[in-house]
Design a protein around this ligand. Structure first.
Ligand SMILES: *[C@@H]1O[C@H](CO)[C@@H](O)[C@H](O)[C@H]1NC(C)=O
Ligand SMILES: *[C@@H]1O[C@H](CO)[C@@H](O)[C@H](O)[C@H]1NC(C)=O
Ligand SMILES: *[C@@H]1O[C@H](CO)[C@@H](O)[C@H](O)[C@H]1NC(C)=O
Ligand SMILES: *[C@@H]1O[C@H](CO)[C@@H](O)[C@H](O)[C@H]1NC(C)=O
Ligand SMILES: *[C@@H]1O[C@H](CO)[C@@H](O)[C@H](O)[C@H]1NC(C)=O
Length: 382
């Protein structure tokens, strides 16, 4: 009676199994009460690990290329809300502000080191960051700051700790407003070992120029023609358009154009494109939470942000649809007409329509919802 015997033995363990199951359920319940997203996150982490697959390529390097007052801090924060990322905020500020023609090679060398989690080999970089705490280079790397603050405070400014933390992550992100697209995209050629993807963030130049006229941005903006001289800025954007057409043709998998207005009006749809471009099958939960909490003004968030030492002008908490469009109520029609002349190429290529009457300016959004079509037809005609 072998069968009878073994089933009898099995039954002896039933009380223990029941006990263990109850303990496990109680534990899980306690965790789930503390962190309602725990189970969902755990499942997501497992599926992300499964989806990694082609790990031979090593970490992904994402460069966000943009200009002053285009929403680049917002997009930077959106990108660093993706799990398992390390974010570098404006490392090129270290070279000079703005980065001059003679320094583009240095800029690319520096970016290569930053992407390779090798800031300890950049002479003077961390001491400079520590000396200029007001720029908050590391504080704006939110995950890192959380991590290093848990330990001794001065560990945050320890280059080898920055590097070792950076190396633990699957994706390294750099944001810059200090390189034009041509200089940035040359990284593909000068540093082919990088596993590089470039995101080019565009905003209607009429909107970003309007925003630059305001204090405190206007203070530093004066020193940089890219920021303060609309003619110079528009000419540079037109040059970017040519480069962008080439990249869209040659490297469609490594180059993406995102418009700030699309993000403001349709944060979820636009972010979906962004995460797909980065190779994720669906929008991570953390990114969804970021969008829900950062694309609208909530209560006294502005005050709260200020007490953390961040000037509201640079904060990413705002009603994004108001901010994106407010220039239309603020700028004189004459000024708008002038900028439309300077920036004609970019407006056409990026699907921003010109305004010919004041009433249209004040009341119509008037940009092409399908940016891809606008760019494609611009590129094929030029
Ligand atoms: C690597 O990627 C290629 C192309 O996307 C795919 O066909 C292949 O199955 C992947 N390999 C692994 C191990 O996931
Ligand atoms: C930088 O170089 C470009 C082209 O090489 C030139 O048109 C531009 O005037 C230069 N800018 C400065 C500030 O030297
Ligand atoms: C960091 O950069 C230095 C100097 O360029 C180089 O010798 C070293 O191999 C780099 N380390 C890593 C881990 O890339
Ligand atoms: C910096 O951090 C490393 C570990 O990441 C540690 O070995 C080293 O002693 C630290 N240096 C200082 C000056 O604290
Ligand atoms: C943001 O502003 C728009 C336009 O006025 C408005 O429709 C929307 O409800 C606002 N969103 C929030 C969350 O306040």
């Amino acid at each position: 009676m072998q069968n009878h015997f073994s089933s009898y033995r099995w039954r002896r363990y039933v009380p223990f199994l029941v006990f263990a199951t109850v303990v496990a359920i109680v534990q899980l319940y306690a965790i789930a009460i503390k962190d309602p997203h725990f189970i969902k996150n755990a499942i997501q982490t497992l599926s992300n690990t499964k989806n990694r697959g082609n790990e031979t390529l090593g970490p992904l390097h994402v460069l966000l290329v943009s200009y002053a007052r285009t929403g680049s801090s917002f997009v930077g924060d959106l990108l660093q809300s993706v799990p398992d990322t390390f974010y570098h905020f404006e490392p090129l500020h270290f070279i000079s502000n703005p980065v001059l023609n003679s320094s583009f090679d240095d800029a690319r060398v520096l970016l290569n080191k930053v992407f390779n989690c090798n800031v300890s080999s950049i002479k003077g970089y961390l001491p400079w960051i520590q000396l200029h705490k007001e720029y908050m280079k590391l504080k704006r790397s939110l995950n890192y700051w959380k991590e290093c603050s848990k330990k001794k405070k001065n560990l945050c400014f320890n280059a080898s700790f920055v590097d070792s933390t950076c190396r633990k992550h699957k994706t390294v992100i750099v944001k810059t407003i200090r390189l034009k697209l041509r200089e940035a995209s040359e990284l593909f050629l000068t540093h082919p070992n990088l596993n590089l993807k470039i995101i080019y963030l565009m905003r209607d130049p009429r909107g970003s120029i309007n925003s630059r006229m305001k204090f405190p941005v206007s203070m530093w903006c004066k020193k940089d023609p890219m920021c303060s001289n609309p003619k110079y800025y528009c000419d540079s954007l037109a040059e970017d358009m040519k480069v962008a057409c080439g990249l869209l043709k040659d490297r469609p998998e490594d180059f993406l154009i995102i418009r700030y207005e699309d993000l403001a009006l349709d944060p979820f749809g636009t972010t979906d494109r962004l995460v797909k471009f980065l190779g994720m099958p669906s929008m991570p939960r953390d990114v969804e939470i970021f969008l829900k909490t950062h694309t609208s003004v909530i209560g006294s968030v502005r005050e709260k942000y200020r007490t953390q030492g961040v000037d509201y002008a640079y904060s990413t908490f705002r009603n994004s649809s108001i901010t994106a469009m407010s220039w239309r109520q603020q700028m004189s029609f004459k000024r708008v007409t002038q900028l439309q002349n300077y920036c004609q190429t970019t407006l056409t290529g990026m699907g921003y329509y010109p305004y010919y009457t004041v009433s249209n300016l004040r009341s119509n959004v008037n940009f092409d919802k399908n940016n891809d079509d606008a760019i494609r037809s611009y590129c094929s005609a030029n």
